[in-house]
Write a protein of this length. Structure first.
Length: 373
């Protein structure tokens, strides 16, 4: 609810305070809660090699921002950032720590995925290798030795160098697999990407055929699409190599057969190009087939945005992210958020402050989650 409604509620139960005092209670002096959020995030990343990721629009002080949602079945963390590009996502995966950069073999391999001229790739190999640099130092290095770089080329080099540093650092857990949609900012950040089948299905639902026979063709295809999806769900419960081979063959049949409906056939061609990301579950049956947990968590932020519209300050945004993260995580771990917040305010200490509590709780629940899966 809005702060105005909170004031009305407090007045109704006999508590009188100013709007400014209530605002300070909500957004200031929450360093302990922010520390706990960091501990939860750290333990959540350590609990699983894969994580869900999604983004939704946000407003801060009247300016467009993006709220990033990172979660798995045992925790949820919100991080609101000014941008939504690849470097921002990478920064979010490191708990918004300032990015660092390194030139090494992985940097060169990543740059092969970008349309960067060979002369620049060769020039980068002559610069200091295996040296960790902050943003200012790395930009100075590029300005000095590659002054003619275009803005997009500079961005691609910075992305490759930042990703290379992320994978070689040991201070923060490295995510091996992202479960997400096919937005370009998620690509190349992790060893693997598992695309959401529900999101892929939405592409087909957006088709609007006018001819009756095309409508029938689309309807029949969607029936086959979701039948195939249910077969993948069955495979996750009892995986075997023979069934994996059959499902891969059936994938090619489903998305390669010409239907005569041009827009549908073009959409199927685009799906075929994502086969490795859509069928990663055949190699790793523990992976989910959809990104619904992150999308539902993002919807919670949308509901709050509809009620309060936006935050006005960086401090208020941070408080919003912190408490939404703690609310979502306590619910997932079976902890009463009311009891948790009362314990913190009263300083009783029945719920331990240390991150070890979350780590133990998350790890034990993740064990049973995997066993059930």
């Amino acid at each position: 609810m809005t702060q105005g409604k909170l004031l009305e509620f407090l007045e109704d139960i006999g508590i009188s305070m100013s709007a400014g005092y209530l605002s300070n209670l909500l957004i200031k002096n929450h360093a302990d809660f922010e520390t706990e959020k960091t501990e939860v995030y750290l333990s959540g990343l350590e609990s699983s090699p894969w994580q869900h990721f999604d983004q939704t629009a946000a407003r801060v002080g009247g300016v467009n921002h993006t709220t990033n949602v990172i979660c798995n079945p045992l925790y949820t963390v919100y991080l609101t950032t000014p941008k939504k590009d690849r470097l921002t996502v990478l920064k979010g995966l490191q708990n918004n720590k300032e990015l660092e950069f390194i030139l090494n073999q992985l940097t060169s391999e990543l740059l092969r995925n970008f349309p960067l001229p060979n002369k620049y790739q060769d020039a980068l190999k002559l610069l200091p290798q295996e040296t960790v640099l902050n943003s200012e130092q790395f930009n100075t290095l590029l300005d000095t030795y590659l002054p003619k770089l275009g803005s997009q080329q500079r961005t691609r080099i910075m992305e490759a160098a930042a990703i290379a540093f992320y994978h070689q650092q040991t201070d923060w857990p490295v995510v091996q697999t992202l479960v997400c949609d096919d937005a370009p900012q998620f690509k190349l950040l992790t060893d693997n990407i598992a695309l959401c089948w529900v999101h892929e299905g939405r592409h087909y639902k957006k088709l609007s055929p006018f001819i009756a026979c095309h409508q029938t063709i689309l309807k029949d295809f969607l029936d086959d699409f979701w039948k195939y999806y249910r077969k993948l769900l069955v495979y996750r419960d009892s995986p075997c190599q023979e069934q994996a081979d059959e499902l891969k063959s059936e994938f090619w049949t489903l998305f390669s057969t010409e239907s005569g409906y041009q827009q549908l056939d073009e959409r199927k061609r685009l799906t075929r190009m994502k086969i490795s990301e859509l069928l990663l579950v055949l190699e790793h049956p523990e992976l989910p087939l959809h990104n619904n947990p992150a999308e539902l968590a993002a919807r919670t932020m949308v509901q709050r945005r509809n009620i309060s519209y936006a935050t006005q300050t960086v401090e208020g945004t941070q408080a919003w992210d912190t408490f939404m993260s703690l609310v979502a995580t306590t619910r997932q771990l079976g902890i009463s958020f009311f009891e948790y917040i009362r314990d913190r305010i009263s300083q009783v200490g029945n719920i331990p402050y240390e991150g070890n509590y979350y780590s133990g709780k998350i790890c034990s629940q993740f064990f049973w989650f995997v066993m059930d899966a």
